[in-house]
Design a protein around this ligand. Structure first.
Ligand code: ZN
Length: 414
């Protein structure tokens, strides 16, 4: 058991404040991939990594690494990580907390010799703010870098290949330094929950069971536009009324089948008009579940129901899948070690919960077993400057991370 009673979380909170200053928006935090703010933030992280006694380097896609070298440098590696990029007008803790907490845990354990290397990585792109793809940093590490990404342009027409060159990276080397599964023991990530469950449970931390799979669809409903005064209701092909019934069906289905489903966008073509029966409406659905089979069957059943609504309302329905990510289970072995760590630190039973949001672990599971710990955040608010965590909770999470490394050590073959 850890003897640490001193609070080192304040240092993490202070560093999160400093890191938030590396932003391309004045007065707000926005940090995209391969920007000068990315470079500056990673230079600052490298300084903190070195202060913690870590050996540092930047990899082929601009991720920043720090290593606590094992007594036998050829030993396998435990990777601790999270992302340093942000959404537009972001909070200070999404991603960044996990990196800072990793660095601080190794600083506190600097005198402890582990039989494995421990790396902390700041992934340079998870959010996908700049280019129209996500998880570039962790995908490269996990051997999943996709060369088609080079041609994607940002909003100013700069390709990712060009942006890499401008940053000082060689596109021809991107992803070639991916890690070897045989030399990797586990991937650990601490992240803010970005939801309200831990707060409702009055808990500082929770062990993540897995990351929900997600599918997104764009649906186009076409009816017949008409005069709002002259066409009687039974003779209408009102696209918006059909969509209203579809949305309500989606909500009911999600409630009854224990999934989450969201219609986040709904547009009447050309904005609609007060005296026109809506002829064309498009909307999106985002459906998620931790159980992949449940997700597949939910999509199938829901789309069938929407088809039948379209049929009896005499409108056409077009459907296009625009995104999909499979559900990922956190490794059972790592869940139980996180559980032990939480129990040792908090002296109470661990709480287990799924993640509805995507994380770098989605990519890292292609490389190794993944295990995550969530930290309570105020009102579950995230992707928002109001994002907040309590120093006491960060201290609990820090101690859990240190204990987790000791748990892995005592459970690994010597
Ligand atoms: Zn995040």
């Amino acid at each position: 058991m850890l003897k640490t009673t001193e609070c080192h979380a304040q240092s993490i909170m202070d560093k999160a404040d400093i890191l938030a200053r590396f932003s391309c928006d004045e007065g707000a935090l926005t940090r995209g991939y391969l920007t000068k703010e990315h470079k500056a933030a990673h230079q600052q992280l490298a300084i903190w990594m070195e202060e913690a006694g870590l050996t540092t380097w930047e990899d082929s896609v601009g991720n920043q690494w720090g290593r606590k070298v094992a007594s036998n440098p050829d030993a396998p590696t435990v990777i601790i990580g999270s992302h340093s990029d942000t959404v537009t007008n972001a909070g200070k803790y999404d991603g960044n907390l996990g990196i800072l907490l990793g660095i601080e845990s190794l600083k506190q354990l600097s005198h402890h010799e582990f039989p494995f290397n421990i790396d902390v990585v700041a992934f340079a792109d998870e959010e996908g703010l700049r280019f129209d793809t996500t998880l570039i940093g962790s995908s490269a590490v996990a051997g999943q870098f996709n060369a088609q990404w080079f041609d994607i342009k940002d909003s100013e027409g700069i390709t990712m290949a060009q942006a890499m060159q401008d940053f000082g990276l060689l596109p021809s080397k991107a992803g070639l330094d991916c890690r070897d599964p045989k030399e990797t023991l586990a991937y650990l990530e601490v992240h803010i929950e970005q939801g309200p469950v831990l707060e409702a449970q009055d808990l500082a931390v929770g062990v993540v069971t897995g990351i929900a799979g997600a599918k997104r669809f764009k649906l186009d409903v076409s009816g017949v536009a008409g005069h709002a005064g002259t066409v009687p209701l039974p003779l209408r092909h009102d696209a918006l009324c059909a969509v209203a019934e579809m949305i309500s069906t989606i909500e009911t289905y999600a409630k009854e089948n224990d999934i989450v489903a969201t219609v986040g966008k709904c547009d009447v073509k050309k904005g609609g008009a007060v005296n026109v029966i809506p002829g064309d409406v498009s909307f999106t659905i985002d459906i998620r579940s931790l159980e992949q089979t449940k997700l597949e069957s939910a999509c199938e059943h829901l789309l069938e129901q929407l088809e039948s609504i379209a049929e009896y309302r005499n409108v056409d329905l077009g459907c296009e899948q625009i995104y999909q990510a499979d559900a990922v289970k956190c490794a059972q072995s790592l869940q139980s070690l996180w559980g032990n760590a939480v129990e040792v630190v908090t002296q109470s039973s661990p709480y287990f919960l799924p993640s509805g949001a995507g994380h770098d672990a989605l990519a890292m599971q292609h490389l190794t077993n993944v295990g995550m710990l969530f930290v309570r955040c105020e009102k579950g608010i995230s992707h928002n400057p109001k994002e907040a965590v309590m120093t006491e909770d960060v201290q609990v999470a820090l101690q859990c991370m240190m204990e987790m490394l000791l748990q892995i050590e005592s459970n690994s073959p010597q």
